[in-house]
Design a protein around this ligand. Structure first.
Ligand code: PXG
Length: 289
């Protein structure tokens, strides 16, 4: 494996950065998780756009242009000769001292690109659907650390994930500070009720997921009415179908939430249709390498 760090490639064993990097010391940095399918990088420009928005919000100066990052991602994929890959793009504040003052990093951000084989989720998840629970840890307040920022500080989500795993579940619903359903730890959430599709709006505690946007786009094209609307746990419990979306997960059906069976207890018709349409899109859309 060849890892890209600041314009150079290193073997996995030698792909190292300073212990004084503020990405490590403070989680001070931003990232993206991207995926390629048969040598097509899906929604690459959208991911890079979001990376720049995250950076802008935390006042992190990007050391490369968007076009240079596109080229570096493609180069990393070619170096690793991967047809289907998971790409982790990371930009940290860079090396500073032990104080949290980012000025000490002198604007020398660290850019890292790791491309690896995709760790696929078990087939069982897609065929049988997930059983998930709501956890006590709520999503970060937007006025504190906005969930729109894909920062390297993921403790909020990690805590929620641990609460789910400790209770014997694979994924968690996180509520926002008002108690509405926000999203899962690394995925957005959708419900279907009477053939309408609902997903929480991005304003409170919900990341504007790129898979989420793609699903909304597919649904609109297929004349499924979509609503970006606040959702309560009750509405999830009484939904006909439920599913999660994310770059790694794609679209995963959910069949039980907080011990309530969703719909028939099997992946729903609309969910399965969206999975099919999404797969078709990943086969033909993307930046080729
Ligand atoms: N919500 C959160 C909090 C995320 O981190 C998504 C939704 C889905 O967004 P996209 O753009 O991928 O459709 C994400 C992104 C993991 C993992 O290991 C998942 C993400 C990020 C980092 C790690 O499961 N998902």
């Amino acid at each position: 494996m060849k890892v890209y760090i600041n314009g150079k490639f290193y073997d996995k064993e030698n792909a190292k950065i300073s212990v004084f990097d503020h990405g490590l010391l403070y989680g001070d940095g931003v990232f993206e998780g991207i995926r390629s399918y048969s040598r097509l990088v899906f929604k690459l420009r959208e991911h890079i756009e979001r990376l720049f928005e995250s950076a802008q919000s935390i006042m992190l100066s990007m050391p490369m242009t968007k076009e240079e990052i596109v080229k570096a991602v493609i180069l990393t994929l070619k170096q690793n000769n991967l047809n289907d890959a998971y790409i982790r793009l990371i930009v940290t504040r860079g090396e500073g001292d032990l104080g949290l003052d980012p000025r000490k990093c002198r604007g020398k951000s660290t850019v890292i690109i790791i491309a690896d084989r995709i760790a696929l989720y078990p087939d069982k998840f897609y065929k049988e659907g997930l059983k998930i629970i709501t956890v006590p840890t709520v999503r970060n307040l937007p006025e504190a650390l906005n969930p729109q920022i894909k920062s390297l500080n993921y403790l909020n989500n990690i805590l929620a994930k641990m609460e789910a795993v400790n209770a014997g579940f694979d994924e968690a619903i996180m509520l926002d500070a008002l108690g509405y359903v926000a999203e899962c730890t690394g995925d957005n959430i959708f419900i279907v009720k009477r053939n309408h599709l609902y997903t929480p709006p991005q304003c409170m505690g919900t990341l504007r997921g790129i898979t989420r946007d793609t699903v909304l786009e597919i649904a609109r094209k297929n004349k499924i009415p979509v609503h970006e609307h606040v959702i309560t746990r009750h509405e999830v419990y009484i939904s006909d179908e439920c599913f999660l979306t994310g770059t790694a997960a794609q679209i995963i059906p959910v069949v039980m939430v907080d011990s309530r069976t969703i719909g028939t207890g099997k992946p729903g018709k609309i969910t399965l249709n969206l999975i099919k349409k999404f797969k078709e899109l990943t086969k033909k859309e993307g930046v080729r390498y």
